[in-house]
Design a protein around this ligand. Sequence first.
Ligand SMILES: Cc1ncc(COP(=O)(O)O)c(C=O)c1O
Length: 417
Amino acid sequence: MSEKRLPFTREQLLEIIREYPTPLHIYDEAAIRANARKLLEAFSWVSEFKEFFAVKATPNPYILKILKEEGFGADCSSLPELLLAERAGIYGEEIMFSSNDTPAGEFIKARELGAIINLDDISHIEYLERHAGIPEVICFRYNPGPLREGGNAIIGNPEESKYGLTRKQLLDAYKIMQNKGVKRFGLHTMVISNELDPDYFIETANMMFDLVVEIYRTLDIKVEFVNFGGGIGIPYRPGEEPVDLFYLSRGIKDAYEKKIAANGLHPLKLAMESGRMITGPYGYLAATVIHKKEIYKNYVGLNACMSNLMRPGIYGAYHHITVMGKEDWPHGYIYDVTGSLCENNDKFAINRKLPMVEIGDILVIHDTGAHGHAMGFNYNGKLRSAELLLKPNGGVEVIRRAETIEDYFATLDFSRL
Ligand SMILES: Cc1ncc(COP(=O)(O)O)c(C=O)c1O
């Protein structure tokens, strides 16, 4: 059973806040590194395993650099993400470019960096060729549609989701690329998001390995790598179990032996592009209670809002909350924990049992290390917070300063008013 622990005490956090005011996101470097090593250890049986960290989850070059030091590459889906990877020293086939509805300039930059391009549609072959040329290696994103159940609010049911090629298109696309002289091929899918059941991923691996065999038999193409995408969930709620990476890996290994090795297709490189599972549990949003309000319900108002964390507002997602210094108090009060947007869904928690909260209390919202700060926006003129790195030696480094009003106004020219 996972418990909701923090890598700092109230006193440590108060000291940090004295220098860097709330709201702030803080990431635990030691825990991120340990987790990265665990993933690579779990897949050490694979002849070549690569985790392309999904930059969209935590698009901060200091986080990317830490993960690069651990042996990860980067999964990018836009020009700014490609530029971030480049600035973090990640180039060439250490980058997987998995985008959709892609503008030409992004393909051009991906080609310039030597990234592996993962095409989201058969029509993108001609578009890529016209704008950026055909690369030496190409990957396609498979959408199994009705052949695979699952999906959720984040990614959609495969049949309803906009991503990838159908099975028929996929086979046609490989053939087209083969005729264009491409010799190195990858196969990609991502059909689930935030899934805690490891068997789902094992079934996906089985599906992908079957496809690798079919591509070999029908087109005589020996796929070089399979990328299972991201989507591994994390235990946002206390009591939920994290995905056992060793169980997951064993299940994929069994499928590999039965389908890939048995058909003479070993070695096949395997890859993932997880984001949430890599950094999600190791980031925290700290905010201060600035108001309390009692009307038909009891509200606790923070100095943070959806610009700092959208997930509860847009997905109704659960994020655990700790009231610092009151961890052992009875959780006898029920609150909605709110931000200040003029949007009624700007709530970090609804009907949450907490200890008695007072103005000035520091609340820590857990599991904000992925798709947290990254999803923030500026509606209502709200500014995004700083990002801090909690170093293994207990020190703190600012890895992104907080936005200022000048940043918010930077795109406006007031001189013609
Ligand atoms: C193509 C692609 N790869 C990887 C990811 C990362 O997913 P997760 O953070 O759930 O692992 C996403 C998430 O949106 C994605 O769209």
